[in-house]
Design a binder for this molecule. Structure first.
Ligand SMILES: Cc1cc2nc3c(=O)[nH]c(=O)nc-3n(C[C@H](O)[C@H](O)[C@H](O)COP(=O)(O)OP(=O)(O)OC[C@H]3O[C@@H](n4cnc5c(N)ncnc54)[C@H](O)[C@@H]3O)c2cc1C
Ligand SMILES: NC(=O)c1ccc[n+]([C@@H]2O[C@H](COP(=O)([O-])OP(=O)(O)OC[C@H]3O[C@@H](n4cnc5c(N)ncnc54)[C@H](O)[C@@H]3O)[C@@H](O)[C@H]2O)c1
Length: 473
């Protein structure tokens, strides 16, 4: 059956934009359907605004704490509206890269509208029926809204509204202590809000190495953030213009509530059943080739409910691109997926946790832990909190790494490169520039040999005897 398009992409965010631009540059006929603005969560309500706000708040913190370096300043006066303006300026500067004009100039037909599938090969939008050889669903996710009595009536913020605030909430309650709750909790606190984070799990950052997560949790608490773990908000009530949250034994009075309790996939309006596309608990079901249950329809990014990161959506987009345009032979490989939470200290991870490694390799697991306090550059900058923890096997195979400390999100890439290329941990021990923070990796890498030597009594005895004998000659 003749079709009008090689590819129709639904959703123009981190995943969809990569597929659209690459496919058009490969001369395929491509339509990109977007119901709102191109750019997706990352540009408008996610990575870009959050990292911009975090930067402003970090400057405030550094100024406030400059006296330890002999730099005495007035207590910083925080103009929240100007910090919010910085956030919007960064978005505006990056936006042209994701603009409809740019995509049209690349040859993509950009269609604004919210459509739906009519059958397995047709998508209808703005009254037009688009037939394509293949489709890509990259409609992302939205914040999960827990059903808490009184919450809707009292009002709440999500990541879609929080970056538009022009006034700092004096008392700010955050439900959820994942990456959004921790990053924004610390940022708002450093900009002057009294922050309370309510987390149902037993510690913040549940997906991280617990010891590394504890370093972040302790730092947030030391900055004055109130953290309630193993606690859920049960009821919210608006009283005298304030939101009163009942959570276990606690009553929290807040000017604003931010919801950060996870995500749900954007699938409802797509009429996926007409196309034979099945949706599971976390999102659209896909196989390793990122084909849905209709093999001509692919899906990538947050909507499939896997690793919900911009760089993963971009990676999956490339797998989808080659499969959807040519032959479906490419498989997504999630062996080496790094990510970072941009709190201060940052927390970055790749690969297995210690617990997962022990479950898989039992006694053949070594934990190489190097604190930042042993890195001279960290001392010079007064940034000694945290550590690098590299998990290896006895043969030096790197199973995972957890870095918590200054610039952890940058430093992890050396280990990512090593794991991706199947390099042993000894590869990290090559000459590193002194004094740099990246010495944390080389110092951690050296620990495998040290630990093995410390365990090897025979080798120690042998060397002791050898040196005794040589001195006696
Ligand atoms: C506060 C916050 C901070 C974050 N920080 C980071 C970070 O630092 N690093 C990182 O890697 N990730 C971060 N993320 C996650 C990242 O934003 C997402 O993983 C990424 O945007 C997912 O890309 P996507 O293409 O799947 O979805 P999106 O980029 O959200 O794109 C989906 C697009 O589809 C459109 N759409 C939805 N439904 C329809 C429909 N029915 N029809 C047409 N169009 C539709 C939407 O309008 C949107 O434009 C953050 C997320 C949040 C919320
Ligand atoms: N730096 C980054 O890369 C970055 C930053 C922000 C967000 N993200 C992405 O966005 C996703 C969503 O972030 P998120 O923080 O909303 O979700 P999340 O699922 O990662 O964390 C949500 C937290 O809320 C807790 N929770 C769930 N229900 C609760 C309830 N009713 N009361 C209290 N706590 C509850 C969970 O235990 C969990 O710790 C992340 O998983 C990540 O993929 C990435």
């Amino acid at each position: 059956m003749a079709v009008e398009y090689d590819l129709v992409i639904i959703g123009g965010g981190s995943g969809g934009l990569v597929v659209a631009s690459a496919a058009a540059q490969l001369k395929a006929k491509v339509a990109l359907i977007e119901r709102d603005r191109l750019g997706g969560d990352c540009l408008w309500f996610g990575c870009v605004p959050s990292k911009s706000l975090i930067h402003a708040s970090r400057v405030a913190y550094e100024v406030k704490n400059a006296a330890r370096f002999g730099i005495h300043t007035e207590h910083p006066k925080i103009d929240f509206a100007q910090a919010a303006h910085h956030v919007q300026t960064v978005i505006k500067t990056i936006e042209p890269h994701d603009s409809p004009e740019r995509f049209r100039s690349l040859g993509v037909e950009v269609i604004f509208g919210e459509g739906k599938f009519c059958d397995r090969q047709t998508f209808e939008v703005n009254g037009r029926q688009l037939k394509a050889r293949a489709f890509v669903i990259s409609t992302g996710s939205r914040p999960a809204i827990p059903s808490i009595p009184g919450l809707t009536e009292a009002g709440f913020l999500t990541n879609e509204k929080v970056f538009s605030l022009q006034e700092r909430p004096d008392n700010f309650a955050i439900l959820g202590g994942g990456p959004i709750g921790c990053e924004l909790g610390q940022a708002f606190s450093r900009l002057g809000s009294n922050v309370t984070i309510i987390e149902s799990g037993n510690h913040l950052l549940q997906k991280e190495d617990p010891e590394a997560a504890q370093v972040v949790q302790d730092q947030l608490m030391s900055e004055g953030i109130k953290i309630l773990t193993q606690t859920r908000a049960e009821h919210v009530e608006l009283r005298d213009g304030k939101k009163q949250i009942k959570a276990g034994e606690n009553t929290i009075i807040a000017d604003e509530i931010l919801l950060a309790v996870g995500r749900v996939p954007n699938v409802e309006s797509l009429n996926l059943s007409a196309a034979g596309v099945e949706v599971g608990k976390r999102g659209i079901q896909v196989n390793a080739k990122l084909q849905t249950t209709n093999p001509r329809i692919y899906a990538c990014g947050d909507v499939i409910g896997g690793y919900q990161f911009t760089h993963v959506a971009g990676y999956e987009a490339v797998v989808v691109l080659t499969n959807a345009l040519f032959f479906p032979v490419s498989k997504a490989n999630y062996r080496v997926i790094p990510w970072a939470t941009f709190t201060d200290p940052e927390l970055a991870r790749v690969g297995l946790t210690e617990k997962q490694a022990i479950e898989r390799y039992d006694k053949d697991v070594y934990v190489l832990k190097q604190p930042f306090s042993g890195v001279d550059r960290a001392q010079a900058e007064g940034k000694t909190l945290g550590f690098a923890k590299i998990i290896t096997r006895g043969n030096g195979e790197i199973l995972g790494a957890h870095l918590v400390g200054p610039s952890a999100g940058e430093l992890i890439h050396e280990i990512v490169l090593a794991i991706s290329n199947n390099l042993k941990v000894s590869a990290l021990t090559g000459i590193h520039i002194y004094p740099t923070l990246s010495e944390v990796n080389s110092k951690a890498g050296l620990l495998l040999k040290k630990q093995k030597f410390a365990q090897n009594k025979w080798q120690q005895n042998f060397l002791e005897k050898f040196f005794n004998w040589r001195r006696s000659l």
